[in-house]
Design a protein around this ligand. Structure first.
Ligand SMILES: Cc1cn([C@H]2C[C@H](O)[C@@H](COP(=O)(O)OP(=O)(O)O[C@H]3O[C@@H](C)C(=O)[C@@H](O)[C@H]3O)O2)c(=O)[nH]c1=O
Length: 181
């Protein structure tokens, strides 16, 4: 496993070492010791999530205002554009984001600590998205920032308008959202 820096220092791309042979492949998708060496965090993950979505679905941009979750995300089928937005008001990179493709093919993982809003759009016909979180889901503390906020200005790399949940259609602008200090 190796870590690749991004434009926002706390956001890391993790690239596993993949062992291919004539049977297929093998890789360690999580190793607590290596994860800690690469990220500086002894993350205590408490929940694993798995979602499947069809092309053009956009989930996000989500965060929890209390019980913030750090997330280790990846794709095991298909491809998505994954995005994390820095919503820590005191951060020098406040309002900035990192977007990258995660796919079953590139096997990249994205480490998103607390203090970021997270979302993705599906680029392939379908995509299966897996992620570990450091805190539980608290629906009462869940918040959504609107995907197309011009202040954040994410290039989602999709032509047609994405399909959103009813909750995400009600997302707030960054300026109107409850944020982290
Ligand atoms: C997030 C979550 C949802 N659910 C349920 C609630 C609901 O009935 C159904 C679908 O929930 P949602 O519409 O919120 O799912 P979704 O839009 O996929 O929400 C997720 O989006 C990505 C981008 C994230 O970063 C995640 O943290 C999470 O917010 O699953 C749980 O039971 N546990 C959970 O942890």
């Amino acid at each position: 496993m190796k870590a690749i820096q991004t434009a926002i220092p706390d956001l890391l791309i993790l690239e596993p070492k993949v062992f291919g042979d004539d049977r297929g492949f093998f890789y360690e998708s999580f190793n607590r010791q290596k994860f800690s060496e690469l990220t500086g965090r002894d993350a205590d993950f408490v929940q694993d999530n798995h979602s499947r979505s069809v092309k053009g679905v956009l989930r996000g941009l989500h965060y929890q205002i209390q019980h913030p979750q750090a997330k280790l995300v990846r794709v095991v089928q298909g491809a998505v554009l994954d995005v994390a937005v820095d919503i820590r008001k005191s951060s020098p990179t406040f309002g900035q984001h990192v977007a990258l493709e995660l796919s079953a093919e590139n096997k990249r993982m994205f480490w998103i600590p607390e203090g970021f809003a997270h979302g993705f759009v599906v680029l392939s016909d379908t995509a299966e998205f897996l992620y570990k979180t450091t805190d539980y889901w608290y629906p009462e503390f869940e918040r959504s920032i609107v995907w197309d906020d011009p202040e954040i200005a994410i290039d989602w790399q999709v032509q047609a308008p994405p399909a959103l949940s009813a909750k995400d259609l009600q997302g707030k602008s960054l300026a109107g959202a409850e944020l982290f200090e």
